[in-house]
Design a protein around this ligand. Structure first.
Ligand code: ADP
Length: 216
């Protein structure tokens, strides 16, 4: 399957993507993780991206389009399809993706839009903990790890993302409304948009997603 997950920061795209990738048997592409890894390794892309990510701004289209389109050309994505989390985030990115898929003679199956209010998004992100190694996601209140500060899955340390401070989250939400929300219309017109209420629990959202994708 070729899927896009859309939604505000904190809508739960990352959590659902982890669940979905095995059922859909597709490769997972998480733009935020790719950028954070490049930043940690101080690669040329990482050094460029860092200036934007830490203040909650979008990394320039040219940079992320190059990352996403070359990833989509990789053998695993061509054979198994993909789940895109965090790309596209602007109309220019969506058009570049369409162009790439046209060249590959492939089509997007669905775009899943996880809808949520800014208040809930803020609450979720402020309490979010991420595994520094396997990227599993926890929440201090709604889904805490069994052992404080330690990942249930791989035993590594959990951490707060640098850009998960209230000030930076506000900026990310603002950019989401300005730059990414117009994509809902873009995909609605293509007749591939599915909307899912993302204020429920993780399990309920997953069930709804699988049902709407006819995977349940
Ligand atoms: P969230 O969805 O919670 O905001 P992500 O991990 O997806 O977080 O992204 C973190 C940051 O990485 C964004 O705030 C932005 O700076 C950068 N980023 C990720 N994806 C893109 C993209 N498609 N275009 C531009 N910048 C991006």
């Amino acid at each position: 399957m070729r899927l896009i997950l859309l939604g505000a920061p904190g809508a739960g795209k990352g959590t659902q993507a982890q669940h979905l990738k095995d059922t859909a048997k597709s490769s997972l592409i998480v733009m935020g993780d790719i950028l954070r890894e490049a930043i940690a390794k101080k690669t040329p892309i990482g050094l460029e991206a860092e200036k934007y990510v830490h203040k909650g701004a979008l990394v320039p289209d040219k940079v992320v389009i190059e990352i996403a389109t070359s990833r989509i050309d990789a053998k695993d994505c061509l054979e198994n399809g993909f789940i895109l989390d965090g790309f596209p985030r602007t109309c220019e990115q969506a058009q570049a993706l369409d162009k790439k898929l046209l060249a590959q003679k492939k089509k997007l199956d669905r775009v899943i839009y996880y809808s949520i209010s800014d208040e809930i998004a803020m609450e979720r992100i402020c309490g979010r903990l991420t595994c520094t190694k396997c990227k599993a996601i926890y929440h201090i209140v709604s889904s805490p790890p069994k052992k404080t500060g330690i990942c249930d899955t791989c035993g590594s340390e959990l951490g707060h993302r640098k850009d998960d401070s209230p000030e930076v989250i506000r900026e990310r939400l603002k950019n989401y409304h300005h730059e990414t929300e117009p994509l809902l219309q873009y995909y609605k017109k293509q007749n591939i948009l599915l909307e899912i209420d993302a204020k429920c629990s993780e399990d309920v959202i997953l069930k709804d997603t699988l049902k709407k994708l006819n995977l349940a």
